[in-house]
Ligand binder design. Structure first.
Ligand SMILES: *[C@@H]1O[C@H](CO)[C@@H](O)[C@H](O)[C@H]1NC(C)=O
Ligand SMILES: *[C@@H]1O[C@H](CO)[C@@H](O)[C@H](O)[C@H]1NC(C)=O
Ligand SMILES: *[C@@H]1O[C@H](CO)[C@@H](O)[C@H](O)[C@H]1NC(C)=O
Ligand SMILES: *[C@@H]1O[C@H](CO)[C@@H](O)[C@H](O)[C@H]1NC(C)=O
Length: 566
């Protein structure tokens, strides 16, 4: 039997939908997502350049998801998260969406917010969408969110909320404002720092939540993507220099400053959940959508070290990303989950936790992993399709429970490299973790639970920073950049997690290689062509009072006053 069908059948049988659960008892679900944040930029992974106290405290009190895989870029990752399907099934496997591009999730597709809404949740998104905005129906509130405050594009300026796009067909650049409260242009918020603004809006959602209704809140931050002029923007350069002057590379210094604002946002959100007596019945997830961008225009100063590859690469630096989960509902807490998970797993996992009937989900690639995570049981997943780009042929798959990966080709020789090693500038700030808003909020939950202490933090960090210590990885004599894959490459991720040695010619691995190639060929047969389009010349913000509007619902858009057009 096909493995996929096998699991679907099995899950259908063993899942016990909790029909009749009181609405008020369903857990609140809070997802906080960082953008282009590197896997080495959370200090629990071992970096001694900066401490991220809130994110670390969330993981140490809950579960650190050590092998959480995403897609390699924004649009595909967000599509996978919201649909539970690999992007090859929704046409989203290609390049990220441009502002002014008419592309969207398929009509009628089940999305995580819509499914939760059908179970009685109120559903809210604050921040980035990046899954289409040609018509109102393509935007967050057309795809299952009750409310959205944020932007529809891939990124915006951190203060001005402007975004440009190149219109190839007419060789022009379109520029427009992109900050919306549902469909209304939020001009009055222009000038506020994005991380502060999105945090403020997230806190409002939590405060205004009816306490008898379960809440799904997705906070999809701009940080730590690049903003205006392709730079990460900071709140206050003077404060940044005072705090992080020890970091020489200015791009990196800005990144670290923006990263700590993001970390503080996590603290404020968890603190607010506790204040509102919601944390005791919440599931809080923090993750990055893909690896840090190491090269080119959008290089943000993030680090995936010692993993190989940038955002866009199918090497682990692009797809094996930081993720942690905290919930009082976990049966086992304070440990590192070391089996593979994929971003598509969240939909069935959370739907099932919310009492949904898994057998009603159609064509899932994700698995319900709640028991795996909550009880440290084996992952339900044997393989992960990293992606297939049917136009370039660039593709990859991980199989054998995460041990082996084949990649066909390369995104570019610049993306498939190792980023620089970070300097060890500071001592790991354990008191900052113990005193973080996240740790304090969790401590207030239940006086009899196991508290974090210096020793438990050190133990957990040792496990979750294995990559940084591992002599297979960091200190490997193969550490100089290995050859770029020109056709198929095979990597043994257990022996060589940093993908330094291509085993494609290894006689003893031929059965594994043909097995993985056969699985990849299966997925090739199932893919729907990518739906990328050129930027539509009719999307020009100059027509819409300087804003990106849903131009295919033109009659609903604010028009530029006549006199300013001429
Ligand atoms: C911060 O430091 C950078 C580089 O050292 C410098 O160029 C910049 O002017 C400084 N900014 C402020 C506000 O001090
Ligand atoms: C491998 O990639 C090449 C392009 O580099 C492509 O032509 C070929 O179809 C791909 N093969 C498979 C089996 O994916
Ligand atoms: C507090 O924790 C204990 C032990 O983990 C548990 O038995 C008890 O139900 C918890 N109480 C509350 C109010 O969550
Ligand atoms: C048009 O844009 C200006 C900013 O350029 C803004 O102040 C004004 O409120 C907008 N008009 C409408 C109707 O949204």
């Amino acid at each position: 039997m096909d493995l996929m069908i096998f699991w679907a059948v099995l899950l259908g049988i063993i899942s016990r939908p909790t029909f009749g659960k009181e609405l008020g008892n369903l857990p609140h679900i809070i997802m906080i997502i960082g953008d282009d944040m590197g896997s080495n930029d959370v200090s629990y992974r071992g970096s001694n350049q900066v401490t991220t106290p809130n994110i670390d405290a969330l993981g140490y009190n809950g579960v650190i998801l050590d092998k959480h895989y995403t897609q390699a870029i924004c649009t595909p990752s967000r599509a996978a998260l919201l649909t539970g399907k690999y992007p090859i099934r929704t046409g989203m496997q290609g390049l990220p969406l441009n502002s002014g591009e008419d592309r969207h999730l398929p009509e009628g597709i089940q999305t995580l917010p819509q499914l939760l809404k059908d179970l009685g949740y109120s559903t809210h998104m604050v921040g980035k969408w990046h899954l289409g905005a040609a018509r109102r129906n393509d935007t967050p509130t057309g795809k299952g969110f009750d409310t959205h405050f944020g932007y529809w594009s891939g990124y915006v300026g951190y203060f001005d909320y402007m975004i440009q796009t190149q219109v190839e067909s007419i060789n022009q650049v379109y520029t427009g404002f992109d900050l919306k409260e549902k469909f209304r242009d939020a001009w009055s918020e222009q000038g506020k720092y994005a991380t502060d603004l999105f945090t403020e809006k997230a806190l409002e959602v939590i405060e205004n939540q009816d306490k008898n209704t379960p809440m799904f809140l997705a906070v999809t931050h701009l940080a730590v993507h690049t903003g205006k002029d392709n730079l990460v923007e900071v709140k206050d350069e003077k404060v940044m220099n005072d705090s992080f002057g020890y970091i020489q590379d200015l791009t990196r210094r800005k990144y670290v400053d923006a990263l700590l604002q993001l970390d503080q946002s996590v603290g404020l959100i968890v603190e607010k959940l506790q204040e509102q007596n919601m944390l005791e019945n919440s599931v809080v997830i923090f993750m990055s959508d893909n690896g840090a961008q190491l090269v080119g225009d959008y290089r943000n100063g993030g680090s995936n070290y010692p993993l190989r590859g940038s955002k866009s690469s199918l090497h682990d630096g692009g797809i094996r990303n930081a993720a942690v989960l905290y919930s009082p509902l976990l049966k086992q807490k304070g440990y590192v989950y070391e089996e593979i998970l994929h971003i598509t797993d969240w939909l069935p996992t959370l739907y099932s936790l919310a009492g949904g009937d898994l057998s009603s989900l159609k064509g899932m690639d994700g698995f319900d992993q709640w028991q795996s995570i909550s009880e440290n049981k084996p992952s339900k997943r044997d393989e992960i399709l990293a992606n297939i780009n049917e136009i370039t042929g660039y593709s990859g798959i991980i199989g054998y429970k995460g041990r082996y990966k084949i990649i066909n080709g390369s995104i570019s020789s610049k993306h498939d490299i190792f980023g620089p090693e970070l300097e060890d500038n500071i001592d790991y700030d354990i008191p900052a973790i113990l005193n973080s808003p996240v740790n304090k909020a969790i401590r207030q939950l239940n006086a009899s639970q196991n508290y974090l202490n210096t020793e438990s933090i050190q133990n957990l960090r040792k496990i979750s920073s294995k990559l940084n210590d591992d002599n297979k990885c960091k200190n490997s004599k193969n550490r100089k950049n290995p050859e770029i894959c020109t056709s198929f490459c095979l990597f043994d991720l257990m022996e060589d997690p940093c993908e330094t040695e291509n085993l494609i010619e290894d006689e003893t691995k031929q059965v594994i290689i043909s097995g993985l190639k056969a699985r990849l060929a299966e997925f090739w047969k199932q893919l729907v062509p990518q739906t990328n389009k050129p930027v539509d010349v009719n999307s020009n913000p100059a027509k819409y009072n300087g804003t990106w509007c849903t131009w295919l619902d033109d009659e609903l858009c604010v028009k530029t006053p006549i006199k300013s057009v001429s």
